[in-house]
Design a protein around this ligand. Structure first.
Ligand code: FRU
Length: 476
């Protein structure tokens, strides 16, 4: 169905409860539905927001349009967890029902202050002529998870930026609050990250623009964390020149390991290259946060401007599993959150046999070591029109994921690859959850996150090879 503007922006209270129940049932009953990842209760999910630890629990919110698989009027949906793996859905948290977020409660972040959680997000407002104003807004959540919006905007876009000014991350450093915000420069139309500061959360001043090299035409979802003590900046530079760094997806999610950052002067020192956060087909708008010195990351397993096969079932997308971050040789190491192991059922060990399973329930973890000096090709899903394969080239040091799925996202290629050390074993930890695959390579040195839509569930090598594997069914 084609969605008109009026349908996309219909206030939530004008949708019937019966319609919502129907959509929820449709999502729940989908054969592609995720069983151990955060997935939309109904409709469309996109960016993770407000990922944090507060009041004895982890919290993450996500961008939600509950009424269909389109980017309509966005709200924040709330999930909470004690272990970063078992999540409980707590329902809608920020509704787009105010003057300043009338056309969407867009992405943002959270910070615990005393016994409350402060949420900072972008209010998307459009006037009768569809002219957009981007307001940066605040809200407080108490220990009962009740949210009260701050009634006036914290600030809005000034003349120096276009209407593209969103996704604040709030930080507290040296007695001041800072917000870093993705923006587009009004004159040059280049993507940039702006820094604002405040002493009291109500009066905000612009500090300036981070001194980064040109980064496409718009930066979405900037996110600063400290990984093993080092500042790391995540962001999504739309329109990034592929000469700067190679990527295949429509928009990339990148990171920079910084030497230094000083928010008080909006300056960074950078000696490391820009790098891709994930080598798979579907990662965007990732958000990380620090709990003390620990650092956790979660991503939208999806991309803007791509239609997904479940759109016809009126739901779309999911979040990745949570990863713990570390640094090694100035590069990110991503590991599954510790409690992921608690989902493993009885393990089964395999060695060198070509076919592991003719059929699985598509909900498993497979840990695999491919011995060096060989090429191996593992097929994880196959039906008459599509397949999902992982190729291991231990000689040249390369892992390739091939998703051949008819017309779906074909324009952006069927392969995603990552280069590894030559002449070495390749070790992977593969998580499959019905329509999501997450491959952790060599202890998290690289990750490939991808959606796939295929109900064939066998696991087999296409030719004999030398390997060791353990397979665990996963039950949540
Ligand atoms: C990124 C994004 C953000 C925006 C949100 C709206 O996917 O476009 O920039 O705040 O999604 O849902």
């Amino acid at each position: 169905m084609e969605w008109s503007k009026a349908q996309r922006y219909l206030p939530y209270d004008q949708w019937s409860a019966a319609e919502l129940l129907k959509l929820q049932a449709q999502a729940t009953n989908s054969p592609y539905q995720l069983q151990y990842h955060i997935r939309p209760q109904s409709g469309l999910l996109n960016d993770p927001n407000g990922f944090c630890y507060f009041n004895g629990k982890y919290h993450v919110f996500y961008q939600s349009f509950p009424f269909g698989a389109v980017h309509g009027l966005k709200s924040w949906m709330h999930e909470a967890s004690s272990d970063l793996v078992h999540w409980e859905n707590l329902g809608l948290a920020i509704l787009p029902d105010g003057k300043y977020d009338s056309h969407g409660a867009y992405s943002g972040s959270a910070i615990a202050i005393d016994d409350k959680l402060f949420l900072m997000y972008t209010g998307n407002h459009r006037d009768q002529n569809w002219q957009r104003t981007a307001y940066q807004l605040g809200a407080w959540m108490d220990k009962q998870n009740q949210i009260t919006k701050v009634d006036q905007p914290l600030f809005k876009n000034d003349q120096a930026v276009t209407e593209h000014f969103r996704d604040p991350q709030i930080l507290h450093q040296n007695g001041r609050y800072y917000a870093i915000i993705g923006a587009q420069d009004a004159q040059t139309k280049a993507g940039e990250i702006l820094v604002y500061e405040s002493l009291d959360l109500s009066s905000w001043q612009k500090v300036g623009r981070l001194n980064l090299d040109p980064l496409g035409y718009m930066i979405e979802c900037p996110n600063l964390v400290y990984v093993d003590g080092r500042p790391v900046l995540f962001f999504c530079p739309q329109g990034l020149d592929k000469k700067q760094v190679h990527y295949d997806n429509i928009y990339p999610n990148m990171y920079l390991v910084l030497d230094e950052i000083d928010l008080a002067t909006a300056t960074v020192k950078v000696s490391q290259p820009l790098r891709q956060l994930d080598f798979g087909f579907d990662v965007y708008a990732s958000q990380a946060f620090n709990q003390g010195t620990d650092c956790y990351l979660i991503s939208w397993a999806g991309l803007p401007d791509i239609t997904y096969p479940t759109d016809s079932e009126n739901w779309a997308n999911c979040l990745s599993q949570v990863k713990e971050l570390h640094l090694k040789d100035n590069q990110l190491i991503q590991k599954p959150a510790k409690a992921m192991k608690s989902l493993r059922q009885n393990g089964e060990v395999f060695k060198d046999q070509t076919s592991l399973f003719k059929q699985t329930d598509n909900q498993y973890e497979l840990s695999l070591t491919i011995d060096k000096n060989q090429l191996a090709s593992l097929e994880l899903a196959k039906d008459s029109t599509s397949s999902l394969k992982v190729k291991f080239d231990t000689i040249n040091g390369k892992l390739t994921l091939t998703r051949d799925q008819g017309a779906f996202a074909q324009k952006y290629g069927l392969n995603r690859a990552v280069n590894l050390e030559a002449n070495s074993d390749i070790k992977v930890d593969i998580f499959v959850d019905h329509s999501l695959i997450e491959i952790f390579v060599n202890g998290g040195q690289a990750v490939l996150t991808s959606r796939f839509f295929n109900l064939g569930t066998g696991i087999e090598f296409l030719a004999p090879c030398k390997y060791q594997a353990t397979y665990w069914p996963i039950v949540k």
